[in-house]
Write a protein that binds this ligand. Sequence first.
Ligand SMILES: [Zn+2]
Length: 184
Amino acid sequence: MTLQKSNKKNNEILIFDTNIFLMGVDFNLLEGIIYTTDNIIEEVKVERYLNKNRNIINRIQAAIDSGKLKVRTPLKTYVSKIDKSSKITGDYNALSNPDKELIDLALELKFTRNKNILVYTNDYSMQNVCSEMQIPFSPLIRKGIKSKILWEVYCPHCEDIHNVEELNKPCEKCGLKLKRRPKK
Ligand SMILES: [Zn+2]
């Protein structure tokens, strides 16, 4: 049982985009080995002047030291395929060189390792191109922030804000049924 579980652990390769590192994920909570490129790490370091990111840089270094995080420069084998796919999806101009390199690394690992790969990125262009190239991907959303919606009740005609208990009741000024929308 334990052995099976550890085998499964070793069979995951996670590929991290810059925006995932900047979320300050605790790497040890994730199963598998994390891969990224030099240029992605450089992009994270560019942001290090932000106080909150010093911790992230330290965490990255600790993960590299422990072998949990591996930094590789890909061989650029798939660059022309990536260009072609991103032109099909219309994301060609939205992808930076580090973005393309990360996809190159993902493809390299997909075809050279007998493991499941998963690209973590919150970037829509990256997600599109991964989808087009049949590379498994996932966004990483902080639970409790994006999933929580605060509603406000308003009159579609008068634009007045009402108490939430008044939802679906008629507006006292114009008689229209009150609606709700996510609070900004
Ligand atoms: Zn009204």
